[in-house]
Design a protein around this ligand. Structure first.
Ligand SMILES: [Zn+2]
Length: 217
């Protein structure tokens, strides 16, 4: 942990991964909350109370109770608080901008809490950092394609890699980690492979109109 905001995302991802390892890489949100001694309650708003005594409380609306992305989001808030990074962000950015930064971090964390490190390691061992690995992560976790894509691309914040999703000829999602794609979200791209140099390690698959592309290693 550097507590330097340049490394904020990397610090938080590293911290999350340590907790997940400690908790045996439990992918089920409700079980993970219980294993970490958080109390999950039903309420009218979704909110985390990391400072509650004797241990943190997560409140979710009835339809989010269980293994849901909302519970993962609230879990991430407690973890960010535990890490000390929440206080750091508020101190550096003030509460108005700071809470937006905190929301972004907790949204990113949802993919990490659903798709655990052993799943990513298995996918990369079989398929490398590739479009096929994204498909494999979807199969292992039941995640939506954009969640599996982000989880793979941001797994190592220091790597140079990027990925994208396409619906027919349109780019519907981009994830870039130290690597800039030659096109952006919502652009029309007929043949993505032609836009990369011959030395770029691009993998691309298309099935049922949904294209997945990954470049990097
Ligand atoms: Zn939130």
């Amino acid at each position: 942990m550097t507590y330097d905001t340049t490394h904020l995302a990397a610090d938080f991802i590293g911290y999350l991964k340590n907790i997940q390892e400690h908790a045996g890489h439990q992918p089920h949100a409700l079980k993970l909350a219980r294993d970490l001694n958080m109390r999950v309650r039903i309420g009218t708003i979704n909110r985390a109370y990391p400072e509650a005594q004797p241990n943190p409380v997560l409140v979710v609306q009835p339809w989010y109770y269980g293994n849901t992305w909302m519970l993962r989001h609230e879990l991430a808030h407690v973890m960010l608080y535990w890490s000390g990074l929440e206080a750091e962000v508020i101190e550096e950015f003030g509460s108005e901008v700071g809470w937006k930064v905190i929301e972004n971090l907790c949204q990113q964390a949802e993919a990490f809490l659903l798709i655990t490190q052993p799943m990513v390691d298995d996918a990369v061992r079989r398929f490398g950092v590739s479009a096929q690995a994204v498909r494999h992560l979807q199969k292992l976790s039941g995640a939506r394609p954009e969640v599996a894509l982000r989880r793979l691309i941001y797994d190592n914040p220091h790597a140079e890699r990027a990925g994208f999703l396409m619906s027919r000829d349109y780019v519907t999602e981009v994830a870039q980690c130290n690597f800039g794609l030659p096109f952006g979200w919502s652009e029309k791209v007929s043949k993505p492979a032609q836009l990369f140099g011959s030395d770029a390690r691009l993998t691309f698959t298309r099935r049922f109109g949904l294209g997945v592309g990954v470049v990097g290693w």
